[in-house]
Design a protein around this ligand. Structure first.
Ligand code: NAD
Length: 288
């Protein structure tokens, strides 16, 4: 079965249109626009590209964007003080910490210091905890992007479906498993130990929904995909100068009903959801 492409662009466009309308209404009501501050310690060419694209998208949507540059040699306690100042600054609605951080800074500790109200990446334990209860309003961007793509398939009823998530990171696999469970999807999470045991194909072959977030090109073979399955490939790998996902795309597309291209699948949606989180954070702060 030749699969239909699940492209993130059109879904992202709808989300962005809604954000614009919402910001217009918020501006009329409160007289200000939401503000996002991006914190970068030191220089990094990969995050420069990311920051520029974030800034452009934010400004296009009407979100004020500020880049706060910290010295590469900044001590961890000074870094925490800088975040605390942003937490206390009422004009700042969302904070994003650009990765990677210099090696002497512990990214996991730093993330805990961002106020949960301004944690637009939803990495603070409090926001993670809300996910467990199905109450989170600020959602981890990539995991939420996967759900948006699934929701964009009109004929799809998630209730009772069987899904396999490959990858159990704090930013993708684990929150995604919770989002799926909250929709009553029977969810299996596979990870490095599943790969080492050699049972990854056994799980994937039975799955109606396969979501892969590992970072290893071609890890999931096309012939493992069940006929008619939905395949979402989150992986980003550089192969011979090109970007490729974790799934053998051509072969998987022969069996799947829907499949994401890489690039062009999850990527465009993730940043749209980040911006939606800024608006959500703004609204929550106004309600306090
Ligand atoms: P991570 O390194 O934190 O986690 C990788 C996961 O893969 C772990 O759970 C690990 O156990 C599992 N794994 C490793 N080898 C395996 C194997 N052989 N078999 C089964 N599981 C295995 O990665 P991450 O931050 O979750 O990112 C995963 C991928 O998704 C990367 O390629 C990353 O670039 C991409 N990503 C894309 C976006 C986007 O917006 N498109 C956002 C975030 C991450």
């Amino acid at each position: 079965m030749p699969a239909k492409l699940l492209e993130g662009k059109s879904v992202a466009l709808k989300i962005k249109e809604n954000i614009k309308l919402e910001i217009e209404a918020l501006k009329n009501k409160y007289g200000v626009c939401p503000k996002l501050v991006s914190v970068q310690a030191g220089e990094n060419s990969a995050s420069e590209i990311y920051i520029k694209s974030q800034e452009k998208i934010a400004k296009d949507l009407g979100i004020n964007y500020e880049l706060k540059k910290l010295d590469a040699g900044i001590k961890q306690d000074e870094f925490i003080k800088a975040i605390d100042a942003l937490n206390r600054d009422k004009s700042v609605n969302g904070i994003i910490i650009q990765m990677p951080l210099p090696q002497h800074i512990d990214a996991k500790i730093i993330s805990r210091y961002v106020s949960p109200l301004k944690d637009i990446e939803a990495v603070h334990p409090q926001n993670m905890g809300e996910l467990v209860f199905g109450k989170a309003k600020i959602l981890p961007c990539t995991a939420a992007a996967c759900m948006e793509l699934l929701n964009s398939i009109e004929s799809l009823e998630l209730y009772g479906k069987e899904a396999v998530v490959v990858g159990h990171s704090e930013i993708v696999g684990k929150p995604l498993a919770l989002l799926l469970l909250n929709k009553f999807v029977t969810t299996t999470v596979c990870h490095i130990a599943t790969g080492q045991r050699g049972t990854l194909p056994d799980f994937i072959k039975k799955a109606e929904i396969v979501i892969v977030a590992v970072g290893k090109a071609g890890l999931v073979k096309g012939d493992w995909i069940k006929e008619g399955a939905i395949v979402i490939d989150v992986g980003i790998n550089r192969v011979e100068g090109k970007i490729a996902g974790d799934v053998e795309f051509d072969k998987a597309a022969e069996k799947a009903s829907y499949i994401t291209p890489v690039p062009g699948g999850i990527g465009p949606l993730t940043v749209a959801i980040l911006m939606r989180n800024v608006v959500e954070a703004f609204k929550q702060q106004q309600a306090k």
